[in-house]
Design a protein around this ligand. Structure first.
Ligand code: HEC
Length: 300
């Protein structure tokens, strides 16, 4: 009888609790699998919207500065014939301020690059060469915003073309006619002979892009950790509840029915009859046992 009871118990345990466990494990796998792309896309969105916000701040700051130079400073310098002042050109001011800004904020990027520069520090990097060519190939293009590598770091960059106008020729035209302070400081070999209306440089402003992959990895690990803890708790709870409230009582009823089938009509099931479905089953079973016992006694 013992082995019989044990095998009954095994069959029940295997089918029911395994099914519960399997469902929970599948739910866990599905939740983890969907959480990773969700983490990826929200992180990407957040990184880009933060970078865009910073970028528009920086672009507006630089353009305000340029406006100040060309609107408020340049006219009075022209009136005073101070052509050699770097502040006579907003491009120069931007270029000089960019180098100061870089000292304070090495992670950010402001630059006026040219492949024919007065200052060799302004020679373009691969990304800037690409932007220069794009502006040269399409005269209507007034702004490009894109991501790219500068010095091995990912940036979100906003770039505008720097176009040669009449006023630029004062310093960037014939080097023999350029103001002395310019030729003394920068020499006479590079940065001159601009052609009118040609794109001579690219003004770029950039903000660093956080490494999305590293962020996704960190946040993904946290998400998977939290999901694992929650599912472990659910797993343990359901396991215990199913065992205590369904499997053990069913086992008792099974055991009792086997005992009953062997002819022992005095074996009472030891279950709390709590009004649940299992309790009802135990109740009916107990009723059955009593009727059987009564019937047997009557027929003696
Ligand atoms: C008063 C002289 C002067 C005028 C006018 C001037 N520039 Fe310059 N420009 C300079 C100097 C000086 C630099 C170098 C600044 C530095 O050291 O970064 C420069 C730098 C630049 C650069 C960065 C590359 C380089 O040459 O180092 C570009 C591009 C440029 N100027 C374009 C222009 C354009 C376009 C205009 C007209 C709208 C203009 N400049 C007007 C003097 C001038």
């Amino acid at each position: 009888m013992n082995t019989e009871l044990k095998s009954t118990k095994l069959v029940i345990t295997n089918s029911l609790i395994k099914r519960f466990r399997k469902s929970i494990i599948w739910l866990y796998v599905i939740t983890v699998a969907t959480s990773v792309p969700i983490v990826y896309f929200t992180t990407r969105y957040q990184v880009y919207s933060e970078a865009n916000k910073e970028l528009s701040l920086l672009v507006d700051m630089v353009s305000s500065l340029r406006k100040y130079i060309s609107k408020d400073i340049r006219p009075s310098l022209l009136q005073a014939n101070m052509f050699e002042s770097p502040a006579i050109s907003s491009t120069v001011t931007t270029s000089v301020i960019a180098s100061y800004f870089k000292e304070k904020q090495p992670d950010y990027y402001i630059k006026v690059a040219s492949d024919n520069p007065l200052n060799p520090k302004n020679l373009p990097e691969p990304l800037e060469i690409k932007l220069l060519n794009e502006f040269r190939n399409n005269n209507d293009l007034k702004e490009i915003t894109e991501t790219g590598l500068i010095n091995g770091h990912q940036f979100l960059v906003s770039a505008r073309p720097s176009t040669a106008q009449k006023g630029c020729m004062l310093c960037h035209g014939d080097p023999v006619k350029a103001p002395l302070p310019v030729t003394i400081k920068y020499g006479t070999t590079s940065g001159y002979n601009y052609k009118l209306d040609s794109v001579v440089g690219v003004m770029g402003v950039g903000v660093p892009l956080a490494d999305i992959n590293v962020l996704v990895m960190q946040r993904g690990l946290v998400a998977v950790g939290i999901i694992t803890v929650i599912f472990s708790l659910i797993f343990i709870t359901i396991n215990t509840l199913v065992k205590r409230n369904i499997l053990l009582p069913i086992n008792d009823i099974t055991k009792a029915s086997i005992v009953l089938s062997k002819g022992d009509l005095d074996y009472e099931i030891n279950i709390k009859r709590d009004g649940s479905e299992i309790g009802e089953l135990a109740n009916s079973f107990e009723l059955l046992r009593r009727s059987l016992k009564w019937a047997m006694e009557q027929s003696k």
